[in-house]
Design a protein around this ligand. Sequence first.
Ligand code: PLP
Length: 402
Amino acid sequence: MSLAPQYDAWADRFEAALMPTYGRPPVALARGEGCAVWDVDGKRYLDFIAGIAVSSLGHAHPALVEAVSRQVATIAHTSNLFLHQPEVLLAEKLLALLGHEGRVFFTNSGTEANEAAFKLVRRHAAGTGRGFVVAALDGFHGRTMGALALTGKAAIREPFAPFGVDVRFVPYGDAAALKEAVTDECAGLFLEPALGEGGVVPAPDGYLAAAREICDATGAVFVLDEIQSGIGRTGWWFAHARDDVRPDVLTLAKGLGGGLPIGACIGVGEFGTTFDKSEHGSTFGGNPVACAAALAVLETIERDDLLGNAATIGGELADGIATLSHPLLGGVRGRGLWLAAVLTQPRAAAVQAAAQDAGFLVNAVQPDAVRLAPPLVVTITEVQALLDAFPAILDAGLEREA
Ligand code: PLP
């Protein structure tokens, strides 16, 4: 008899009713509280992936529940025909956190934030003859056509070509390659401050500053995609703040809404007014409920010093992994609560499955990298539980079929 009868039944129905884009998901989640989640058969897990760096306050956080419940009971939707207070408050708050003048455009997702940024870059370049943009190999910017065109992984991008835009790819982290590619004819440069889907690979020190300099010298628009790295994940509100680099355009999503769908494209300085009236829009973008959720996320991060928590607890997690000695473990990379345990063999899928058996949700982000991105509220006790279990998980990852 199956040990997970509810899972089996729901996964069969999932596969029959949903497009096969996600395969057969390994767990069917029913509910969560803090960093713990329970599946439909009642098994408890500690969540070390937070819905891909999204559930920044963990699950069912009272501040999020209260803000969303209050907003949905007040007014759930206005469309962009009318303004609502949460969007104004949130835009003001994001600009204050960023520390630059600018303007915000709200979206529902990360890919839409990058679509807005891409359109903004092209609008800025209109009439200048600047015909191409530059992005990084192994970078990831989303799955809609514009963001996909910028995504530097051929296997994801090429089945959907052509895109009708000239995107030139450079190796990530190589400032000399950037200098060669970003010329006076370049309209814009799209970079992540660390490759997220590429395996949580931070940029080398000085790389973002070099990118800024090159864009200043050539007039290309510097777009930083902080959709995964932003909103406290690295122990900074924005990962680029550590490098003291100013982007021209910043895109956000994931952790901003703490689980409610929202993204943002922020134009810094003059780029705040590149779009004119009617040049971009979204019916749902900046929806009152999503904005109320995001405000609650930002207030809670501030009130509970979750940036400090991400830095210190993330440091403990990274140090704990670094000191483990295991033949499958090659090291750890990343910052704050955004880490990858690097494997010596391409066994990440097996490690993910072994972790799941042991009651931990982690993510095989690359064949040889296991991503850890727990809620920003994770405690040292929860981190210690994973560290205690990790050697046995790695043992099983070496032995089991992925
Ligand atoms: N940009 C980055 C850096 C991402 O990590 C992702 C998603 O993983 C996206 C864009 C796309 O975001 P979404 O899945 O919300 O469209």
